[in-house]
Write a protein that binds this ligand. Structure first.
Ligand SMILES: [Zn+2]
Length: 313
């Protein structure tokens, strides 16, 4: 039994959002070391601010400056800071109610250990050296035993206000493809395509998932398929993906490998994109150093009859 594989997998994309007047003032304020909340219909001050009253749903625009000092209302210890978190040493996640606010803001508290944190402790903002109009303009909070700071009553009007931000979303996984797909990936390193047959309905799944989704039984009989196959359906890609060095337009297709009862998907090359068609016979093209075929290209055979692949669309 070959080793079950696992590898790090990061899903990452930039998320661009425009800011309404309230978030714009809040983030621009951070850049200028000014902390702003918003006043609700019943007179409470929300920090971080929102654009609509959480009780009445009225639009709220009345900005109020609050202090850079406050009180921890609850906390949790973070033993292992991860990439992109506010501090790279262990720290406390804290909710801080800033002086002048009625709600609490989530941020990091820089203390040596969990014994140095308690609910009710006094803290103040530590500003980042370089500020751009983002929540990271607050580097973190730190313990503070002085007097509450007095806000200057800023109006929330700024020159050169921030109107949009790009927030990078990133999810880090450790991905394991499991027993069946690990065997498939191992076979690919010998440039062989190995699927698994269902003992009940006899279908061959490529790539195999370890069980037949129709019959609900485990698959274990390994079956070599391909390497040639048939395009069952396809689309033309016109949008260039970030970090992918392929000229658009190009064709991405479902390909039923010979002997397989499930189509896999891959790029089609070696033929103009507008000449790719259902039934086109293709074969994999391997490049050095890559475990997967780089793309599939026409074999020159006569197109497959529709009836031979109509169940595999
Ligand atoms: Zn089955």
């Amino acid at each position: 039994m070959p080793q079950v594989l696992k590898a790090p997998l990061a899903v990452e994309f930039p998320f661009t959002r425009s800011l309404g007047p309230v978030q714009s003032a809040f983030l621009t304020g951070l850049r200028e070391r000014v902390l702003l909340g918003v006043k609700t219909v019943d007179g409470r001050v929300l920090v971080p601010p929102v654009e609509y009253d959480p009780v009445t749903a009225d639009e709220i625009r009345d900005l109020v400056e609050v202090a850079g000092t406050g009180t921890v209302t609850t906390w949790a210890w973070n033993h292992e800071p991860r990439r992109g978190q506010p501090l790279d040493t262990p720290f406390a996640w804290v909710l801080v109610r800033l002086d002048g606010a009625d709600t609490a803001l989530l941020h990091a508290l820089d203390v040596p250990g969990p014994d140095a944190v308690r609910t009710g402790m006094r803290v103040r903002v530590r500003w980042a050296e370089e500020r751009t109009g983002a929540i990271t303009d607050i580097a973190c909070f730190e313990p503070y035993d002085g007097e509450p700071e007095q806000p200057a009553g800023h109006s929330g009007e700024f020159e050169d206000a921030i109107t949009g931000i790009v927030a990078a979303a990133r999810l880090d996984y450790t991905y394991s493809p499991g027993r069946a797909q690990s065997a498939y990936i191992h076979a690919l390193s010998d440039r062989r395509m190995v699927g698994e047959r269902c003992p009940s309905c006899r279908k061959v799944y490529v790539p195999p998932r370890g069980a037949c989704p129709t019959c609900g039984v485990a698959t274990s009989e390994q079956v070599e398929v391909g390497p040639r196959g048939t395009v069952t359906t396809f689309c033309i890609v016109n949008i260039k993906a970030k970090n992918l060095d392929i000229e658009v337009p190009y064709v991405y297709a479902h390909i039923a490998l010979d002997g397989a009862d499930l189509a896999l998907h891959a790029r089609i090359g070696g033929i103009p994109y507008d000449q790719v068609r259902m039934g086109l016979r293709v074969e994999p093209v391997w490049t050095d150093g890559s475990r997967f075929p780089d793309h599939y290209r026409p074999t020159g055979e006569v197109d497959a009859e529709y009836d031979t692949y109509k169940e595999l669309l």
